[in-house]
Structures are given as C-alpha cells and as structure tokens.
Design a binder for this molecule. Structure first.
Ligand code: B1M
Length: 209
C-alpha cells in the first residue's frame, strides 16, 4: 500500500523519482487524489516551507522540493480535476513593470502551488494594463506583485491604483527584497510577505478576511 508519509518525505528530500513512483502507486491503488495531495505532497512542501522560514534549508532545497512536487503533480492533476477537487484559491502573480528579477517571484509561486493554490504566473516586466486585463480575464481574488528594484517599487502603487480604478475587488499582496510592511501600508496593499513561506500564510489570511 502506498505510504503518504514516504511521499511527503520524498518531497522534502526532493526525490523526484520516488515522489512520482509513490503518487502513481497511490493512484493505482485508488487512494483519494485529495488525500495524496494534502497528506503527501502539500504535507511535504509545508515542512520545506517551515524549514526555509527558520533558515534550516535554503533556496536550492526549496527548488528541488518544488521540482519533485511538480513531477508528481503532472500525474495527479488530471485525477484531481476528475475528482472535482477545488484549489485553495486562485493567485495571480507577476514581477512589476521594468523589473526582470524572477527568482523570488518563482519561489513564491512554487510555495503557493505547493500549498494548493491555482497559480497564474504573468512573468516579469508586467505592465499595469496587463495586470488589470488578466485580473479581469481570470476573475482573480488575489494578486501578488514582486519588485526587486527600488526604481520599480512605484509600479506596485500604480498597479494597485489601476486595479481599484477598474472597479476590481481583487486583494493585493506585495513582496521583494526592498519592499517593507510600511511601504505596503503606504500604497494600500492588502498584505506584505517577507519571504516565500510567509507568502502562503499571508495569502491564506487575506483570503479568509
Ligand atoms: Co539584480 N539587482 N539587477 N539582477 N539582482 C539586485 C536586486 C540588487 C540589490 C543588486 C545590488 O546592487 N546589490 C540591485 C538593486 C538595487 C536597488 O534597487 N536597491 C540590482 C540591480 C541594480 C540590477 C540591475 C539594474 C543591474 C544593471 O543592469 N545595472 C539589473 C536590472 C534589470 C531589471 O530588472 N530591469 C539587474 C539584473 C539582474 C539579473 C538579470 C542579472 C539577475 C536576475 C535574474 C533573475 O531574476 N532571473 C539579478 C540578480 C540575480 C540580483 C540579485 C543578485 C539576487 C536577486 C535574487 O534572485 N535573490 C540581487 C542582489 C540580492 O538580492 N542579493 C540583485 C534571491 C531571491 C530568492 O530573493 O528575490 O528577494 P528575492 O525573493 C524573496 C523575497 O524577497 C520574497 O520571497 C522570496 C523568497 O524568499 N519575495 C516575495 C519576492 N517576491 C515576492 C512577492 C511576494 C511575497 C514575497 O508577494 C507577491
């Protein structure tokens, strides 16, 4: 019988082939896709997230764990869809206009996926107009803006204003090395996260509010 604790461990270790093999075995044994996701994959990513927060593991370990999760998700996702398992929430993310840094943004996206969010990643150098247009197209409730340059931080404020002006009710979370909670408060963001693991907690908090 497939062992979901071993699946979580495979994610923690970033062991792609074990993660894939246990997921396939669990599906073949007709285990519930939701339980494979929650008790195996997400459980493992939660451990990585908590260790990352405490500086017990670093970016490479998170990336390796996320890669193992992605491999397992490729076989699990169609079964989740068939079983009608709804994502925790929809999260749209992008690096703001003029900014090409995406390593942190990608980590945030991975952690959110790991926590069961459906993530729509708009990439880098995302214009204000594109955020508004895509938020409308996907009716996203939560949008994440990332900036790594002090010179591109003002694009966050412009994006928040444009979303409001367009009548969208989407909540906005911001982050990136130069960004702070006081800057988030100043520009009217709904949340700020200092790192990828906190981003998951903040996203859940914002959605629950
Ligand atoms: Co650039 N760069 N860079 N760079 N770069 C910095 C940011 C810089 C601090 C380096 C320095 O001078 N010490 C500096 C900014 C100075 C400033 O504005 N105060 C800088 C500069 C100046 C530039 C250029 C202007 C250089 C030039 O061309 N003259 C240029 C700008 C290009 C552009 O964007 N238009 C540039 C270019 C580049 C590269 C392309 C070479 C490359 C980016 C590659 C890529 O991303 N694909 C690069 C890199 C790698 C860096 C450093 C070295 C590393 C950034 C990084 O990936 N960190 C960086 C110096 C540094 O930070 N030590 C630097 C790792 C990453 C995991 O952390 O992105 O902070 P971070 O993400 C964290 C949190 O911030 C948070 O979670 C993540 C994980 O914990 N987080 C969020 C991030 N987004 C979030 C969103 C959230 C929540 C949390 O909610 C939505």
């Amino acid at each position: 019988m497939a062992d979901l604790k071993a699946l979580a461990d495979a994610i923690i270790k970033g062991d792609q082939s074990s993660a894939l093999q246990i997921t396939k075995q669990a599906l073949a044994e007709k285990m519930s896709p939701k339980s494979i996701l929650n008790d195996g994959l997400i459980a493992g990513m939660n451990v990585i997230g908590a260790r990352f927060k405490k500086n017990e593991v670093y970016i490479p370990e998170v990336l390796i764990a996320a890669r193992a999760m992605k491999t397992a998700m490729e076989v699990l996702e169609p079964e989740l869809v068939k079983a009608g398992v709804k994502p925790v929430g929809k999260f749209m993310i992008g690096t703001v206009q003029g900014d090409l840094h995406d390593i942190g943004k990608n980590l945030v996206a991975m952690m959110l996926k790991g926590a069961g969010f459906e993530v729509i990643d708009l990439g880098v150098d995302v214009s204000v107009e594109k955020f508004v247009e895509q938020a409308k197209a996907h009716s996203t409730a939560l949008i994440g803006l990332s900036a790594l340059l002090t010179t591109t931080m003002p694009a966050m404020e412009k994006t928040i204003k444009a979303l409001k002006d367009a009548g969208l009710k989407a909540k906005v979370m911001i982050g990136g090395a130069p960004v702070t909670q006081s800057y988030a408060d100043k520009i009217g963001a709904d949340g700020y996260a200092a790192d990828a693991a906190s981003a998951v907690d903040i996203a859940k908090k914002i959605l629950a509010a």
